[in-house]
Design a protein around this ligand. Structure first.
Ligand SMILES: Nc1ncnc2c1ncn2[C@@H]1O[C@H](COP(=O)(O)OP(=O)(O)OP(=O)(O)O)[C@@H](O)[C@H]1O
Ligand SMILES: [Zn+2]
Length: 730
């Protein structure tokens, strides 16, 4: 009889002991009884029979079924899991579930599933391709089949479904189900490096430094201004690794993962790139997972959770746009993929490369204090010039749909010169509020106590906090007046306005209302680069790493709100946004400029950015953080609590504060106070921020306190969670 320590997917911060006739390897999935349910758990360890860890031997249940013949979570990923549940104080079973593809969580086989392939029939084998010479696509397809069978999906993509069908209908080919074989390093058979630009001096220095790190753990920050050729550095730095049969894992922001990014890597090396993002089907995700694990994929590009992809021959991890907020998971297991990447690179003894034009202050600090190697690209690649930033004083200016006359004039010049203009608006919808012109009453979402956003095109109001919607009211609920007016400007209104101000220019709006689904965004981006539009209006989406060679002007309509946020990270986020937006302009031959329209033209943050750039701003912001005793100079966690009963949520956090105080008088505590969004979906939201100069005592205090927090009498009645190294206080 063996005793197994199993991670079971339940929200409890512990492992569970089960018995089995023989010991099982760590990383094997098992089906276990849990109360009335049967769950898929992962074996973490075999416990020694004499160990005092085993209590109540008679009560122990046994494993019902062993799912895997061999471990599907390898040693490094198991270590990572352990680190995750300890560092984030999370339930082990939930950690392992988060790490596995959905189908494996459900207990499906980890072996490859059969795939549809097209191959020649015996008739086809005896036929000549010139019988198809009147149908060139069919002929090309047939000729390809003469060399080898092809996946049905790939065939339809390459030759078109009608051609594939026609060849099959002529009995020349047939579809068969085959269990594919996985071959490690298969990319070496097709790999061929395409023509590449000669790196400039700074790029060469960076590439050489990265080449020296092969087979060693090291973290580098590549701080390179927008358009400086960071991607080119990645491409040249990974080339020798790929050629040596090593796999490269590249993490990119949620919205930055475009077919253009993927094809750049595919084209350079003439290899198949594995892609992982949130909109992939479960089956497709599992397939990439399997191919990566078998060592068949040389490059895997994915968003946050791709950091859990198993690798057979790891060579390097790259985190592109490493400052991006989407690398932090904001619910459930609140991990930061950048931190995990560091942890993982260390386990594999491979280098980690972080790249950004606007590094997170955390990363910059590590580069400045020597913990990371610091690589610089200060010039734009291919001779492109830096974008000129300017502040535009909007005070006392008449605004047309939120745009001043001076800005309209500048926009006109750029459009007349045949260039594209990007207009950034920080909110989607028509207007952020609807109010009564007679009594001033604002139409509010009662569940969130926030004004509804007007969506004129849908003739509805939408709450941007809970996504609740309602029809547009005809009269004020308070005074019944029928004169309702909008306040503030959103993308829809700017789009309307620009249509009347620039009737000759074609424009496109890009926000989450207009680009639902990944394909829509991609086709729109392609159309922009074909110069089908002169005016681009949009939200944050437009700032994310896109290459717009024809944009020469970026206009920011309003950044005043962000200048006065209560969130200490707001200046950093604003500086990153402004810099990334500016980076969309002047990327090719034509120089670019950016105008920031504001009512606070002398604000020090704006002045610093405009005159000195992000690098200067960030270094100054670090000294301010240090003086104020804020991260990255201290460690933090936040306990959040939500309840329909505001007093209960507050008193739970007060209880937490009491527990922490009794454990340690060294913790600095702020709160409980209301979150920046005080109410959402009918629940009042509070938080308690806990800080300490050192990470270890802070985490130890939390670890010791957690059981007591769980047993506070309000705990079962409220929703609460712990967020380690929080980045978002909304
Ligand atoms: N050494 C070089 N010589 C000529 N062109 C180059 C060189 N390096 C890069 N480029 C080109 O310059 C453009 C910008 O490069 P790249 O996309 O790599 O920059 P980036 O720093 O990743 O951009 P961003 O962070 O702003 O998205 C690309 O079109 C790229 O092909
Ligand atoms: Zn709401």
């Amino acid at each position: 009889m063996a005793y197994l320590s199993v991670a079971v997917p339940v929200p409890l911060r512990q492992l569970f002991t089960y018995t089995h006739s023989t010991p099982l390897e760590a990383g094997v999935r098992v089906q276990v009884p849990f109360g009335p349910r049967k769950l898929v758990g992962v074996v973490i360890d075999v416990i020694d029979e004499d160990s005092h860890e085993i209590e109540n031997v008679k009560k122990l249940k046994s494993v019902e079924a062993v799912i895997d013949e061999y471990p599907i979570v390898d040693g490094v990923l198991l270590k990572m899991a352990q680190w995750l549940w300890q560092y984030y104080h999370h339930a082990p079973g939930e950690v392992l579930h988060a790490m596995l593809p959905v189908l494996l969580r459900k207990g499906e086989k980890a072996q490859l599933v059969p795939e549809e392939r097209v191959r020649l029939t015996s008739v086809g084998e005896q036929s000549q391709s010139n019988t198809l010479s009147r149908a060139p696509k069919q002929k090309a397809f047939f000729e390809a089949l003469q060399t080898s069978s092809l996946s049905a999906q790939q065939s339809r993509k390459l030759y078109g479904a009608p051609a594939v069908k026609a060849v099959i209908d002529k009995s020349l080919a047939e579809i068969v189900e085959v269990v594919p074989e996985l071959k490690p390093k298969i990319w070496l058979s097709t790999m061929k490096v395409a023509q590449k630009p000669t790196p400039d001096t700074e790029q060469s220095v960076a590439i050489a430094a990265l080449n020296r790190q092969q087979d060693n753990f090291a973290i580098s920050l590549l701080e390179g201004v927008t358009g400086s050729g960071k991607t080119e550095v990645y491409l040249q730095a990974i080339e020798p690794l790929l050629a040596a049969g090593k796999q490269i894992l590249i993490l990119v922001p949620e919205i930055g993962l475009t077919p253009q990014t993927v094809s750049r890597f595919e084209k350079r090396f003439n290899i198949d790139v594995g892609v992982l993002h949130s909109q992939l089907s479960d089956k497709a995700r599992l397939r990439v997972w399997q191919r990566a694990r078998a060592g068949e994929l040389g490059i895997i590009i994915g968003t946050r959770s791709a950091i859990f992809t198993p690798l057979k021959t790891p060579g390097m991890i790259i985190v592109d746009e490493e400052h991006d907020e989407s690398f932090k998971q904001q619910d459930g297991l609140r991990y930061h993929a950048r931190d995990l990447a560091a942890m993982r690179a260390k386990q594999h003894s491979i280098p980690l490369l972080l790249g950004s034009a606007t590094p997170a202050l955390e990363s910059l600090n590590n580069a400045l204090n020597g913990r990371y190697a610091h690589l610089h690209l200060t010039r734009r690649a291919g001779g492109a010039q830096h974008t000129q930033l300017h502040v535009l004083d909007a005070r006392e200016q008449p605004l047309h749909y939120g745009i001043s006359q001076a800005l309209l004039t500048i926009m006109r010049q750029h459009i007349n010169a045949g260039n594209q203009v990007l207009v950034f608006v920080n909110r989607r919808g028509y207007a952020p509020a609807l109010l009564c012109h007679h009594c001033g009453e604002t139409v509010m979402c009662k569940r969130c106590d926030r004004p509804y956003t007007v969506h004129k095109s849908q003739n509805r109001l939408q709450c941007h906090h809970c996504a609740g919607t309602r029809v547009m009211p005809r009269q004020c609920e308070a005074c019944h007046s029928s004169t309702l007016v909008t306040a503030g400007t959103g993308t829809e209104q700017v789009e309307d306005g620009l249509m009347s101000l620039f009737p000759d220019a074609k424009q496109v709006r890009i926000d989450s209302d207009t680009v639902r689904g990944k394909d829509k965004l991609h086709s729109t981006l392609d159309a922009i680069n074909r110069q089908e539009y002169q005016l681009l209006v949009g939200t944050q989406i437009l700032s994310k790493g896109h290459h717009f060679p024809h944009v020469t002007l970026v206009a920011v309509l309003d950044c005043d709100g962000a200048l006065f946020s209560a969130d200490f990270r707001a200046p950093e986020k604003l500086a990153q946004l402004v810099t990334q937006l500016a980076g969309r302009a002047g990327r090719a031959a034509k120089p670019g400029e950016m105008w920031l329209q504001t009512h606070n033209p002398h604000h020090p943050l704006l002045q610093d950015l405009v005159n000195n750039g992000y690098g200067h701003f960030a270094r100054h912001a670090l000294t301010e953080r240090k003086a104020a005793g804020l991260p990255p100079y201290i460690s933090q966690f936040v306990v959040r609590c939500e309840s329909i009963d505001s007093a209960q949520a507050f008193s739970f956090l007060q209880g937490c504060r009491g527990v922490f105080t009794s454990y340690s008088n060294e913790l600095e505590m702020n709160g409980p106070f209301p979150s920046l969004i005080e109410k959402r979906q009918g629940r009042f939201r509070f938080m308690l921020i806990c800080s300490h100069q050192k990470r270890a005592p802070l985490h130890e205090a939390l670890r010791q306190s957690l059981p007591f927090l769980q047993s506070l009498h309000q705990a079962p009645k409220v929703r609460w969670s712990v967020d380690i190294d929080p980045t978002d206080f909304s």
